[in-house]
Design a protein around this ligand. Structure first.
Ligand code: C2E
Ligand code: CA
Ligand code: CA
Length: 712
């Protein structure tokens, strides 16, 4: 959480009224809603109460009085009839008339009394008073009239009735009607008032409801927004992070729950970013030296400011042998030293301005390093080579050993090319140069445009190869091999030569690598196998113990039917399988070890012995070699070259020989050129030698002469 706040670029100002938590916000929102509803309901109830009060008052008060006043009139009018009947009634029939008149009089009195008790205004009181006076007049007139009736003077009675009672009754009726009129008016006003009030109540309740609905909607919108908007911010931030934009941070939204999730997301983004950086570092960094690796060289992570125009490719010689004889720690130390020294040389040169800034030193594999840098001229780059050579001159001390750092370097630059070449292309060219450097034993070589032209030339050459095989432009030369113990010839290695009709003689070093790249080499192998078997068949009579070794390429090993094919050729030739040998280079075996092992076993099953060629130049491990059904180790000629004066090489060859013997292998030394070299390898225990000292590869008449000179 605190992280999120720290990362937040735009903090949202916090409102003190609006709570931070979604839960509280919802509670507040719904609480306010409920309160509003209660308020509205109570108002409606209150208004209903007012209305009902009015109705009640109307029904029990005003309406009642109106009815009373009405019945007063009726009672007053009703007195007239029994009075009239009284005038003509016989004595005994007068009683019911009296009773009725009494009852009506009492009712009249009661009504007047009750009206008095419920006075509404002064006008009413006056009317009532006048009514009361008339009632008193009526009472006196009535008593006087009754007296005349009881005296039997009906004429006087009728006169009293007409002259006194009836006027009094009329006056009462007049006042009663006045009252009625007043009451009616009052009721009408009351009704008007009530109607106005009803209208007001309706307006008030309707308005209040509208207000409540409006406020509720606002509250709902505000509450929803306060939850949804931060969630949306969270969502878009999460999407940013998912797209790899780890620098983006979830902003603080002022909403507790969302901020908590946001904080977790921010922490996650930071962790993922860190882990991704780590992965990138692992993917771009070499673990042993800490230097960039091949990926980093070819696809720089960061934009380069100065495009490199030169690549140096350094290769530590004899690394595998060092590993196996002096131990992997020594090998690793050598690699680290090479990396450190190279980096130091280039960093110093870059700081001193001899070359452009940011030279990139990368470890490609094993003891191979590449440096991509910018040099203004070939001379500047050449100066780098001198500095490198000086840096490598010092021996490396490790676990009690002093090891020479023998490094071959291939250089390539964009040269006079108008467009600068890509690092990829420079690296490929530097590889070609490195190859040359190793072959010429000069230690270093520049990739020249002539070389590039030659390469393209070779590519076109290879297409001619099919024709060469068909038209027998190929030749099989044989280089004899001799036992170092007896000095006798033990056999020969078959080496291909190409007599091109227009280009003349082409060395295998020139076309074999390209034929391997394109796969045409299988045609060459097939042709050489047939030639070798034909020659062996011719030799059977005079030299049945001599063998011929044919070089097998990696491409042949990729063909699952290769062993069957060899078996068939052997059968067709009738030659004993043990007289044919097959040479396989160490590096070729390593390309697809599983498949190679299976194939070697089927080849061995034919009865044909197998040799490991160019031993010491590849990277195979001893443990791996032990699994191979091979019977000969051919130590690469790089180790034999000037071995008599190189104690380091002597150590290595001795170790390789002992190891080979330990595995029951025949050990052959290649490229023996001098007597001193021969003496040294003999002393070191090698079994067989091959080289210009004993014989160059032979062909035609020279071969025939050599063969005939062999002791039978
Ligand atoms: P490799 O198999 O190591 O053959 C030995 C090479 O060393 C041959 O070169 C041979 O002429 C050369 N050599 C022999 N003794 C000496 C010596 O005392 N000093 C020096 N400096 N060199 C010596 P070559 O014939 O030019 O062959 C070069 C490579 O071409 C061979 O190396 C092999 O890898 C390949 N190659 C030659 N013929 C064939 C072939 O028929 N099939 C295949 N697949 N590759 C072949
Ligand atoms: Ca060979
Ligand atoms: Ca060889």
């Amino acid at each position: 959480m605190s992280d999120a706040v720290a990362f937040n670029p735009h903090p949202v100002p916090k409102s003190r009224l609006w709570p931070q938590g979604i839960g509280r916000r919802l509670a507040l929102g719904f609480g306010a809603l409920v309160a509003l509803m209660l308020l509205a309901l109570s108002q409606v109830g209150l208004q209903l109460r007012v209305v009902s009060d009015i109705t009640q008052r109307f029904a029990t008060g005003d309406m009642q009085r109106l009815l009373r006043v009405q019945s007063l009139g009726i009672q007053i009018e009703g007195v007239g009839t029994p009075l009239a009947r009284l005038m003509s009634a016989s004595r005994k029939n007068r009683v019911p008339e009296y009773t009725e008149i009494d009852a009506r009089n009492r009712r009249i009195d009661n009504i007047i009394e009750s009206l008095f008790n419920d006075l509404k205004d002064v006008g009413q009181e006056e009317t009532l008073r006048r009514l009361k006076d008339s009632r008193a007049n009526y009472q006196t007139a009535f008593i006087a009239t009754v007296d005349e009736v009881e005296a039997g003077d009906m004429t006087a009675a009728i006169q009293a009735l007409n002259e006194r009672i009836n006027p009094a009754l009329n006056a009462m009726l007049q006042e009663s009607n006045n009252l009625l009129q007043r009451e009616r008016e009052r009721v009408e006003t009351q009704l008007d008032d009530a109607q106005t009030l009803f209208r007001k109540v309706t307006l008030w309740v309707g308005g209040l409801s509208l207000l409540v609905v409006g406020f509720a909607s606002w509250l709902a919108w505000r509450t929803t927004g306060s939850v949804v908007i931060p969630l949306r911010a969270l969502e878009s931030a999460a999407r940013e992070i998912a797209q790899g934009n780890y620098a983006s941070r979830v902003p603080t939204t002022g909403t507790t729950e969302v901020d908590r999730v946001g904080g977790a997301l921010n922490t996650m983004a930071a962790t993922v970013a860190e882990r991704e950086q780590q992965i990138v570092r692992l993917a771009y960094e070499d673990a042993l030296t800490g230097l960039p690796n091949r990926t980093a060289l070819l696809k720089p992570l960061h934009p380069v400011h100065v495009v490199p125009n030169t690549v140096a490719l350094l290769d530590l010689a004899r690394l595998k042998v060092v590993n196996e004889t002096l131990g992997y720690t020594t090998g690793d130390t050598l690699i680290q030293q090479l990396g450190q020294r190279t980096a130091a040389v280039f960093m110093a040169a870059s700081a001193g301005g001899q070359i452009g800034p940011e030279p990139l030193v990368a470890r490609l594999s094993g003891g191979t390093f590449a440096v991509a840098f910018f040099a203004s001229s070939r001379d500047d780059a050449q100066a780098m080579h001198s500095a490198l050579k000086a840096a490598m001159a010092q021996v490396v001390h490790c676990s009690g050993h002093n090891v020479d750092m023998d490094v071959s370097i291939g250089y390539a630059d964009s040269g006079s090319a108008d467009v600068s070449l890509s690092v990829d292309t420079l690296l490929r060219n530097a590889e070609v140069a490195l190859h040359t450097a190793k072959r010429t034993a000069q230690g270093h070589a520049w990739h020249s445009e002539a070389q590039e032209a030659a390469r393209l030339d070779h590519l076109s050459l290879v297409t001619d190869l099919r024709l060469a095989v068909a038209e027998s432009q190929l030749q099989m030369w044989l280089q004899p091999k001799f036992s170092l113990r007896t000095g006798m010839a033990v056999g020969a290695e078959a080496l291909v030569r190409w007599q091109h009709p227009t280009r003349g003689f082409i060395s295998p070093a020139e076309f074999v690598p390209f034929a391997e790249q394109t796969g045409y080499i299988t045609l060459v192998t097939d042709w050489m196998l047939r030639e070798a078997l034909r020659t062996l068949a011719q030799w059977t009579q005079r030299q049945p113990h001599l063998t011929i070794a044919v070089n097998v390429s990696t491409r042949d090993l990729q063909d699952a039917g290769f062993a069957d094919h060899v078996g068939q050729l052997l059968q067709e030739s009738g030659v004993q399988p043990a007289r044919l040998r097959l040479e396989i280079t160490e590096s070729g075996l390593m390309e697809d070890p599983h498949r190679s092992i299976a194939l070697l076993h089927s080849l061995r099953a034919l009865g044909t012995p197998l040799s490991i060629d160019d031993f010491g130049t590849g990277y195979s491990s001893l443990a791996y070699l032990q699994k191979l059904p091979v019977s000969e180790l051919k130590i690469d000629r790089a180790f034999i070259d000037k071995i008599d004066s190189a104690p380091g090489s002597q150590k290595l060859v001795k170790a390789m020989t002992e190891m080979g013997h330990g595995m029951d292998l025949l050990v052959t030394a290649e490229g023996v050129e001098t007597e001193a070299e021969r003496a040294t390898i003999t002393a070191l225990g090698c079994d067989v030698m091959q080289g210009y000292l004993a014989s160059k590869p032979l062909y035609g008449a020279a071969l025939q002469k050599w063969f005939e000179a062999l002791p039978p």
